[in-house]
Design a binder for this molecule. Structure first.
Ligand SMILES: [Zn+2]
Ligand SMILES: [Zn+2]
Length: 359
């Protein structure tokens, strides 16, 4: 695109201008192609419609302020609370999001081009070794739905495993902490990650998708995966929707029975709380199945207090863009020097600090 502009304009352009135009063209195209699903107008509209319904049903209750406490408020402030959207954390989200978005295609392309085919072919070879040639089953909608479900469960399990590891291994927590240093939740917080987290998530996604793809390519002699790859049909809605509301300050609870199967957005509010009883809970992306199985599921009460961030003891070290970007390197340096583990700062369950906690 940048090349066309240069030639059709007919002006002489120096090599540096040309280079800058080309680079900015690539950057703009990349950003445009990578606007996350939850920030597209339709998804924002759905989020606002559901938030409005919750506002009406709960008569102005059910939204949180920047302190993580539920409060009654007027309609506009309910949808776009000033204390949240002017918070430094919301501004830092933007910077981290831009960096993450610029880097993402790099990781996604390189890992999908290497990890995915290797995993897929290994799965197919293993199945051929164990069960012989492909049974070449006939494709129908039932199988396609089943393929979507298996892909979803594989992805969710991989997400759970990586996420759990990032919380439990101090050197990795130093990276994931940047997601948790968000003191308020905005839809951009979903992509708030240290740039080093990108390849880890991308490798996990490529690995999980291609395990499912390998199994189904074997069963159907290839056909089914072409029909459904990257378009996990029925369940793509769940992916997009869960992601968008998880990082919005309005609480969206599901009935308790449903929360035992699917992570409600309100359950992710708990994941971002620095209260000790909420630590390392609700790790999966879409379902509650893996959290329930491994004992990390936590279904919060309606309006349960969830103060966000990494806790008063260490929050000051993870507030600005540069603090967050340099954070893992500072933490690793401290760890090598034998300092404290960079675990989140614990406070009593009430959230009220006593003098000694602040030291
Ligand atoms: Zn986490
Ligand atoms: Zn989150």
């Amino acid at each position: 695109m940048a090349v066309d502009t240069v030639e059709s304009a007919g002006n002489t352009i120096g090599p540096f201008t040309d280079m800058v135009q080309r680079v900015s063209g690539v950057v703009m195209d990349t950003v445009a192609a990578n606007i996350p699903g939850d920030l597209r107008p339709r998804a924002i509209l759905i989020t606002l419609v559901i938030a409005t319904l919750i506002f009406l049903i709960r008569r102005g209750r059910g939204a949180r302020g920047a302190d993580g406490r539920e409060r009654k408020t007027g309609y506009l402030n309910y949808l776009l609370p000033k204390d949240i959207y002017t918070h430094i954390s919301a501004r830092v989200d933007i910077g981290l999001w831009v960096i993450e978005r610029i880097m993402r295609p790099l990781w996604a392309v390189s890992l999908f081009a290497t990890v995915a085919p290797f995993t897929e072919q290994s799965v197919i070879s293993m199945l051929q070794w164990a069960f012989g040639e492909t049974p070449a089953l006939q494709i129908n909608y039932g199988w396609m739905a089943f393929y979507s479900l298996v892909t979803l469960l594989c992805y969710d399990f991989m997400f759970y495993t990586i996420h759990y590891t990032m919380h439990k291994v101090p050197a990795l927590w130093a990276i994931h902490k940047v997601h948790h240093s968000a003191e308020v939740l905005t839809p951009l917080t979903r992509s708030r990650e240290h740039f080093l987290a990108g390849p880890i998530w991308a490798a996990g996604t490529a690995f999980s998708y291609s395990i499912a793809a390998g199994i189904f390519a074997y069963l159907f002699d290839g056909g089914i995966t072409q029909a459904t790859i990257f378009n996990i049909g029925l369940f793509s809605l769940l992916f997009g929707f869960n992601g968008s509301f998880r990082h919005y300050h309005v609480q969206f609870h599901y009935p308790r029975w449903l929360s035992r199967w699917l992570q409600s957005p309100a359950m992710h509010h708990t994941h971002h709380s620095y209260l000790e009883k909420h630590w390392d809970k609700n790790m999966a992306a879409v379902t509650s199945i893996w959290d329930r199985m491994f004992g990390t599921m936590y279904i919060p009460e309606i309006d349960e207090f969830t103060p966000w961030g990494i806790g008063p003891k260490t929050q000051d070290e993870y507030r600005t863009f540069w603090q967050n970007t340099s954070g893992p390197f500072r933490d690793w340096y401290k760890m090598i020097r034998g300092g404290d583990s960079p675990q989140a700062g614990a406070v009593p369950a009430s959230g009220n600090l006593v003098e000694k906690d602040l030291r």
